[in-house]
Write a protein that binds this ligand. Structure first.
Ligand SMILES: [Fe+2]
Length: 185
């Protein structure tokens, strides 16, 4: 399989995640618990295998292109997405979502979007990698999808890197909101 085909597959995966994220914003806005739960499950089922092959194969292969620092940033984005997803699950479990809960959920889902577009752009660099490396990435992808561990199963059982906690994400959201409203005064 060629790098162009990788680009296509990669784009399709990000497109799915993007659409689930937009649907989630809408479901929180409508305070539709069933839909929120289903979409969070869908997001976790896509993100688990996707993050896994990125971290096990794609990101390491791109160290020679970007250097370690940028790859560390991508991994840190994943650490934060995992905590953000956990915080969204917490919010979704509330009896009734307040105006503040919906505002928080919307901001948290939005905070994931830049990683989706940044990550998708990596495929233009994958085109520069040797064909054998692209094959390795695709083989790791196949394995990750066949094992099919959803996000939280993968992070608690296989991923060794510590993620950011849901509590930390919630605290940071409160701190950012407080400083934004102080600036507006
Ligand atoms: Fe990605």
């Amino acid at each position: 399989m060629s790098a162009e085909q990788f680009t296509q597959i990669f784009r399709d995966e990000h497109r799915k995640v993007r659409d689930v994220l937009f649907d989630l914003i809408q479901a929180f806005d409508r305070r539709d618990p069933q839909r929120i739960g289903a979409l969070l499950g869908e997001a976790a089922s896509y993100a688990g295998p996707h993050f896994r092959y990125e971290e096990e194969s794609l990101y390491p292969a791109l160290v020679e292109v970007f250097g370690r620092q940028y790859i560390e940033k991508l991994l840190h984005d994943h650490d934060r997405v995992i905590g953000t997803a956990a915080r969204l699950v917490e919010l979704s479990g509330k009896q009734a979502l307040s105006v503040d809960d919906v505002a928080e959920a919307t901001e948290l889902v939005r905070s994931i979007l830049p990683h989706v577009s940044d990550c998708d752009g990596l495929s233009i660099m994958v085109e520069r990698l040797p064909a054998a490396t692209v094959q390795d990435i695709l083989a790791t992808r196949e394995r990750a999808w066949s094992e099919n561990l959803e996000l939280f199963t993968w992070t608690s059982g296989v991923r060794t890197r510590p993620a950011v906690s849901a509590e930390q994400i919630a605290r940071e959201y409160v701190a950012t909101t407080a400083s934004t409203s102080a600036q507006a005064r």
